[in-house]
Ligand binder design. Structure first.
Ligand SMILES: [Zn+2]
Length: 87
């Protein structure tokens, strides 16, 4: 995560600028860290590809969707066998 992103990112909950807590460094960038809001104290994870700034309610929704899709994939994947649809 590039440190200069801090100039353009704001907390989606309260519009406060973030502070970056670097957990692992890769050159001048944070390979892993947390963006923290000093006002509402919400924290967002970040890695080398960038921060993941979703409001907590959307993170919960995303995890619920991933669990549902994982269940569907393991339950119904035998139905996607191409041999079933070829003659
Ligand atoms: Zn905030």
């Amino acid at each position: 995560m590039r440190p200069d992103l801090l100039r353009v990112l704001l907390c989606p909950a309260c519009r406060e600028p973030f502070r970056l807590a670097v957990e692992e460094r890769d050159g001048g960038e944070a390979a892993r860290g947390r963006l923290g809001c000093g006002r509402c104290e919400t924290a967002y994870p970040g890695n080398g590809s960038g921060p993941r700034v979703l409001p907590p309610v959307l993170v919960e929704e995303q995890e619920r969707t991933a669990r549902s899709l994982r269940w569907q994939w393991t339950r119904f994947s035998p139905l996607h066998d191409p041999a079933l649809y070829t003659t």
